[in-house]
Design a protein. Structure first.
Length: 274
């Protein structure tokens, strides 16, 4: 049986399996953190180009996060030593920034999480590097469509499975694979919390969505099969068949009448072309 916990500014929050329900102060905090995440990704749109290294982009993310009065939540998280994750082509998620240079035709996901005044703004977008193939662009477009279809289902009174079912149906209608090994998650003052938001499933199943719930929806869609494998670094996940993979992520809150996207781009740069 699903347990819910109403939290206030004075509540000590732990990952205890309960789904947290937040009030106005939580929404205000998430708006600020989400806005900063969106502004960072907006600024990167003009920096992602052939020849730039993923390490240089990581440096920019760190500088912009600190300049915004926040800290990168990934920096030091479980031993991770970078300010964002950058995943190229067949890397599904958690790609580690390095001296690797982006090449013409690459597709790239950049995932940022500024921690601002105790609240996590978690978001990722795809970027197209130079002249990208039609099939890669189509994968990116469909993945964004999957994200927005999932968000559309995130309504009070709906079930968590409604989100995954909508994403799975759309992706598989294009003969793409939906990654199951990684999922969205609750967040707020915790980086990762209940519930797990799986991007495939059956409508009408899972916990009820209630006003005050915060979560990420972040579908990972593969051009080929859905299976992934973890590399020896313990972080980088890649497609087993080496097919391209794409991902978009928003942080949202369930409201009395629908939902609020905390990480929406203030300049309309939520998806390429930018």
């Amino acid at each position: 049986m699903t347990e819910y916990q109403t939290v206030t500014a004075d509540t000590s929050v732990y990952r205890d399996g309960t789904i947290k329900l937040h009030g106005p102060e939580g929404f205000a905090g998430m708006r600020k953190a989400g806005r900063l995440a969106a502004e960072i990704l907006d600024a990167l749109a003009d920096k992602v180009e052939p020849g730039v290294t993923t390490g240089e982009l990581d440096d920019l993310v760190r500088e912009m996060t600190l300049d915004g009065g926040a800290v990168p939540a990934t920096l030091g998280y479980r031993g991770y030593t970078h300010s964002c994750c950058i995943s190229i082509n067949h890397v599904v998620c958690h790609g580690i920034p390095s001296d690797k240079r982006l090449k013409d035709g690459d597709i790239v996901n950049i995932d940022v999480t500024p921690l601002l005044d105790g609240w996590h703004g978690d978001s990722s977008r795809m970027f197209l590097v130079g002249d990208v193939s039609i099939k890669a662009k189509r994968l990116v477009d469909v993945t964004y469509e999957c994200l927005m279809l999932g968000i559309e289902k995130a309504q009070p009174g709906a079930r968590l499975g409604d989100i995954g079912a909508a994403i799975q149906q759309h992706a598989e209608s294009q003969r793409y694979g939906v990654v199951r090994e990684f999922c969205g998650h609750g967040l707020g003052r915790l980086f990762h919390d209940a519930p797990e938001v799986v991007h495939a499933g059956r409508a009408g199943t899972g916990p009820e969505l209630r006003p005050g719930m915060f979560m990420t929806i972040e579908p990972m869609i593969n051009l080929g099969r859905p299976q992934v494998k973890l590399l020896s670094d313990g972080w980088t996940a890649v497609t087993r068949d080496k097919s391209l993979s794409a991902q978009f992520e928003h942080s949202i809150g369930i409201t009395e009448t629908g939902n609020e996207i905390f990480t929406k781009s203030p300049t309309g740069r939520d998806h390429p072309p930018y």
